[in-house]
Design a protein around this ligand. Structure first.
Ligand code: B16
Ligand code: MG
Length: 226
């Protein structure tokens, strides 16, 4: 049923694929490690890792081993995950505000003017560094540390923690995501889910745009109220 009095109180953003396109750097960093380990890794495989945390991503890559990775000790896993992260950190060193995706800054400014809270719910432990490099850190009312939640996406924990920290009830929150796991997390948190990207992958989103440049607050509000 339509509820024209229902207003958005918070918008909670994913980072990689929504605010900036760091998926390409994650891809390159994993590719370096996978090549070294002699495991297949291509862009299609990388799609499955979007929104998925570092150790869970490594597990998916190792699952291609003949024994599904069962023989790999935790010590080795930590060593390889650390190596991937070093590759990644080297690749993102030069990231600056020119890498903010189109339309995002205008949306942030509009949200601020309207008094709508802004949250960050990224699975990346490098998110804090990235938002500082992109010079958007001051827009956020909350940045959830992914290490502080028990379960990563697709579990709803990180979006729930953002809303709880803001003191805003889930039904007045909107989440923005580019990954299937992220949309599931938003829906699981009882929030309105905006997908950015592919229709098939993000079929569970409540509202979908093909690219960030099409994120318009008035359109989002129209769909949210429906
Ligand atoms: P890190 P998001 C996610 O960020 C990425 O989509 C995913 O590919 C990556 O494995 C994950 O962060 C963890 O990143 O290794 O830097 O901690 O999309 O949730 O902003
Ligand atoms: Mg993402």
């Amino acid at each position: 049923m339509s509820d024209s009095r229902r207003e958005i109180e918070a918008m909670i953003f994913d980072l990689d694929g929504v605010i900036t396109d760091t998926a390409k750097y994650h891809y390159e960093a994993w590719k370096l490690l996978a090549d070294e380990l002699g495991l297949p890794f291509d862009r299609a495989f990388n799609e499955q890792l979007k929104g998925i945390d570092r150790m869970a991503s490594l597990e998916k890559i190792l699952s291609q081993m003949p024994d599904g990775g069962a023989s790999i000790t935790m010590e080795k896993r930590v060593q390889w995950a650390t190596e991937k992260n070093k590759n990644y950190q080297r690749l993102i060193e030069a990231v600056d505000e020119t890498e903010i995706l189109p339309g995002i800054l205008d949306l942030f400014r509009e949200l601020k003017q309207r008094g709508i809270a802004i949250g960050l719910a990224s699975a990346s432990r490098n998110a804090g560094t990235l938002v500082r490099q992109l010079k958007v850190d001051s827009y956020f009312d909350v940045i959830v540390d992914p290490a502080s939640v028990a379960h990563g996406k697709p579990a709803p924990d990180i979006f729930l923690k953002a809303a709880e920290t803001l003191g805003i009830v889930s039904k007045y929150c909107v989440g923005v995501e580019d990954a299937e796991a992220g949309i599931r997390a938003i829906k699981g948190a009882g929030m309105f889910a905006i997908g950015v990207g592919d229709k098939q992958t993000l079929a569970e989103a409540d509202y979908l745009v093909s690219e960030t440049a099409l994120l318009s607050l008035s359109e989002i509000e129209r769909h949210f109220r429906q």
